[in-house]
Structure formats: structure tokens, C-alpha cells
Ligand binder design. Structure first.
Ligand code: EPU
Length: 441
């Protein structure tokens, strides 16, 4: 299997990128399709490794799923016949734990393994399991087999308040809420626009879902049935990857289509660096280099803040800035696997401690006093980056490393690119179209 890129860096990237569909909507709409009757047609589904693996998983459960065009997927789950997610899938596809919802819907009980996925900190699902229990679902974990066993005793009902919000947790409890014969209220939910897209898809098929401030309320819904194909939103994480690469490489790239509201916090911070940012048409933006890039510190937070998924790309832009900048990660623990790799290119980056008065509240993961966390880095820009052999260990970090190699002089090798391709469609082709020298080896 070709799992590396050979990249010859140092050229400005110019041209246009057409964004693919959002990974974090594609995966959820595919899983939720298992709660529908009849055919479900999803458009703008990216052919990325995470989606292909998930399709493999649902097929193993007896579901039909086929691409009828490059990005149009037809799913029919009428033949769903198994309520057990095999370990080989569950350990590979983190989001597979969302299958609790359709499997409980169909069978009233299911067996789902503890999730695997990207190596970003511990990533527990404790809030999700307590949410399921609060709604009346019996959940047991068998530490010998690594499986959760969930069972509906009475139809889900009642209230659950996330102590700290969870994006996928919100989506899963909302899907479970659709099985109620009364009402389910979920409080302190996550507000990511990807969740709104999932709600659009479900309500168009008959789901009763109400968004009220920080709450999502579901009530008794008919059997979901699609009336017309659903087109999923574009990937805003992909936009940030190419926009930062365009400016850092001293290039000029047009990117679309994306609604401005989805990337407002990114545009605001990008402008502070002195980079050129222009809206050139509805849902289309131009990002370009226009002289010295100013260093800008960022702190990640859930929507509408600066997303955690964007910080590895921000590090790449800051390497091309003039001066020192700080990135402070609040959402995930230890999401800086790219730092040691960037150092191989000659980048000067250190971990720093930032004193926080109330870290238990400030950080979105379950902060524990005695644990050692690395939540902030200081980037000292100015060094010319040179070639190196780089290794990818998580998705967004992977894209950042490939971009760093595109900025560095000489030929670099980036290993583990199937991890990057879990979330980026046609990465090699898109970069080549912008004039980047990259090929799979
Ligand atoms: N958390 C817990 N316990 C839980 C749930 C979450 O401790 O039960 C912690 C997480 O470990 C994390 C924080 O709470 O520190 C927030 O996690 P959240 O549940 O909101 O994230 P997620 O649903 O696992 C999704 C995306 C991520 C994206 C985040 C933030 C999917 C499949 N993944 O993750 O995307 O960064 O929301 O928006 O939707 C990516 O695309 O590369 C990616 C990691």
C-alpha cells in the first residue's frame, strides 16, 4: 500500500480549491440513515478513508450502501440484521459508538466496542454513557471483552444535562431521543454547525427536533423517511488547511463553497495576521499573501470560537510569520503530536505552561489535577524549514505536516498518509492543481 507522500516544497501555491463535503457530517448522516426506512440518498459525501471504513462497517451489519456517482451515496438499511459491531471496525472507526442509536432503534439492544480512532489524548465517552443511562437505557461495560451492552428497558424519556458539552455526544443523544414516546430534553449541548446540518437532514425526514437556546428537545417522531436527497455541507476544516497553506507559501488561492458564518472566527483571526482575505462571490473566498505575516496567538474553543481542528494548520501559518506566537489548546488534551515532527524540519517550538486559575472549568476535557498535560506551545518563527522524513499520528496533524513539507526546501517524505486521507478527499490532486509538487510513494 502506498502510504507516503514525496513532497518537494518551497513553491507558492496558486489557484482554486473546491471543498469536499464535511467529514463530520458525512459520518453522522450515514449512521443516522440506519434509522430510516427505504432508500436514503446523500450527496456531497467525501470519498475519504473514514467514510469508506464506515461503509464497510454498516455493510457488515447487512445494510446496502453504494456510491452511484463520485459523491452520491445510496443507503438502504431495511436488511439490517446484526446488532453487534465487530471489534475490527469499532477499534478503527471512533464514531462507530454512534451506532448505539440505530441499533437500539431496530433491535432494542446492542453490543458496541469501546471506540478507537484518532490518537488525541484519552477521548473517553463517559458523558455519552451517562447521558444514555439518564434517558433510561441500561448500559453495561465488560472490561474483559471491551464491549458495551446497551438495552432499552422503557422508551427513552427525560432530561440530561451535559456537564461539559460534547459534539458527537449531543448528536447521539438526539438520535436516541427520536425513539421516545414522550419527550427528551438535552441541555448544555454542543453548538457546532455540523450538528445543525444533521438536524436539517433528520427533520426533513419527519423527526421532531427543537433547538431552544442551549437545549435540544426531541419528541415522539414518525418512522423517518427521506423525501428528497440531502446535500451535506462543505468541510470548513478543509478550507482552513488550504487557506493557511496558501498564505504561508506566499501564494494566492480561491476556496469555495462555504457559508461565511461557518468560518467567521477563522476569517477574523486570519485578517489580524495581515493576510489578504477577500470575499469574491457568495460562499467563495480568496486568501493571499500580501507581505509580512504578523504572529497572532490563538486559544481553541467550541463553535463559534477558533476550532481545535484548525490549530495544527495555524501552527504552520505561524511558522511563516515574523515573530513569536502561542497556541493554547482547550478542547482536547495533548493535541500536539505534530510538534516533534515539525522540529525535524528545523522549526523552533516549545511546550509552555500557561497558568489557569480554574483548569477544571477552562478545559473541555476531564481535567485531572495530577495528570501531566501539554496544552500550549510557543512558536519561534524565522528559521528556514528544510526537508525531513515526517510521521503522521493523527488526522489534522497529518495535514499540517504535509503542508509544512510543502513550505520546506528540498524533498521530504511524509509517512502514514492514510491517516490524513481519513479526512481529506483528493489531497494529492488538490495540492497538485495549486502547483504543489507532491506524489504518492
Ligand atoms: N469528552 C469526554 N467525555 C465524553 C465526550 C467528550 O471527556 O464523553 C471530551 C473529549 O475527549 C474532548 C472534549 O470532551 O476533550 C470535547 O469532545 P467532543 O465530544 O465535543 O468531540 P468529538 O465529538 O469526539 C467532534 C469531531 C472532532 C472535533 C470535535 C470538536 C467528529 C467525528 N469528530 O469530536 O473532529 O474536533 O468534535 O468540534 O465529529 C477531526 O475531524 O479530526 C476531529 C477530531
Amino acid at each position: 500500500m502506498n502510504d507516503s507522500y514525496l513532497i518537494k516544497g518551497g513553491k507558492p501555491l496558486n489557484g482554486e480549491v473546491v471543498l469536499s463535503g464535511a467529514k463530520n457530517v458525512a459520518l453522522k448522516t450515514i449512521i443516522a440513515a440506519l434509522m430510516f426506512k427505504g432508500d436514503v440518498i446523500l450527496k456531497n459525501i467525501p470519498r475519504i478513508n473514514d467514510v469508506l471504513d464506515l461503509i464497510g462497517l454498516i455493510k457488515s451489519l447487512g445494510v446496502k450502501a453504494d456510491f452511484i456517482e463520485k459523491n452520491t451515496l445510496v443507503i438502504n438499511s431495511d436488511g439490517l440484521k446484526s446488532n453487534r459491531v465487530e471489534l475490527q471496525y469499532g477499534s478503527k472507526i471512533r464514531v462507530s459508538f454512534m451506532l448505539f442509536a440505530p441499533l437500539l432503534h431496530r433491535f432494542g439492544e446492542c453490543f458496541v466496542p469501546n471506540p478507537g480512532g484518532c490518537r488525541i489524548g484519552a477521548r473517553p465517552i463517559d458523558r455519552i454513557v451517562s447521558g444514555l443511562k439518564a434517558l433510561g437505557i441500561k448500559v453495561d461495560y465488560d472490561s474483559d471483552t471491551g464491549y458495551y451492552h446497551a438495552k432499552i428497558i422503557n422508551k427513552p424519556r427525560g432530561k440530561y444535562r451535559f456537564e461539559k458539552p460534547s459534539h458527537t455526544g449531543t448528536e447521539l443523544l438526539m438520535l436516541v431521543g427520536l425513539m421516545t414516546d414522550g419527550k427528551v430534553e438535552i441541555d448544555n449541548v454542543a453548538n457546532e454547525p455540523e450538528i445543525d446540518d444533521l438536524i436539517l437532514y433528520l427533520t426533513a425526514a419527519g423527526a421532531n427536533i427543537l433547538e431552544e437556546g442551549n437545549k435540544i428537545i426531541t419528541s415522539k417522531s414518525p418512522q423517518l423517511k427521506q423525501k428528497k436527497p440531502f446535500v451535506i455541507m462543505s468541510d470548513r476544516n478543509e478550507l482552513v488547511t488550504y487557506a493557511t497553506l496558501a498564505v504561508a507559501s506566499q501564494g494566492n488561492v480561491i476556496i469555495g463553497s462555504i457559508k461565511e458564518g461557518l468560518i467567521a472566527s477563522f476569517l477574523e483571526i486570519m485578517r489580524k495576521t495581515g493576510a489578504g482575505v477577500e470575499k469574491i462571490a457568495k460562499d467563495k473566498f480568496r486568501f493571499f499573501y500580501q507581505g509580512k505575516i504578523k504572529p497572532v496567538d490563538i486559544e481553541t474553543s467550541p463553535h463559534p470560537g477558533f476550532m481545535t481542528d484548525w490549530q495544527p494548520s495555524w501552527a504552520i501559518l505561524m511558522l511563516a510569520a515574523k515573530g513569536e506566537s502561542v497556541i493554547h489548546e482547550r478542547v482536547f488534551e495533548n493535541r500536539f503530536s505534530y510538534v516533534e515532527e515539525l522540529k525535524k524540519l528545523g522549526a523552533e517550538i516549545d511546550f509552555i505552561d500557561i497558568k489557569i486559575d480554574n483548569p477544571e472549568n477552562f478545559y473541555h476535557f476531564n481535567y485531572e489535577k495530577n495528570n501531566k498535560y501539554q496544552q500550549a506551545i510557543r512558536i519561534q518563527a524565522g528559521n528556514e524549514l528544510h526537508n525531513a522524513i515526517l510521521n503522521i499520528s493523527d488526522l489534522r496533524a497529518g495535514a499540517a505536516l504535509a503542508c509544512a513539507a510543502l513550505l520546506a526546501s528540498g524533498e521530504s517524505i511524509v509517512n502514514g498518509t492514510s491517516i490524513l486521507e481519513r479526512g481529506y478527499e483528493d489531497f494529492v490532486e488538490k495540492v497538485r492543481k495549486l502547483g504543489g509538487e507532491i506524489r504518492k510513494i
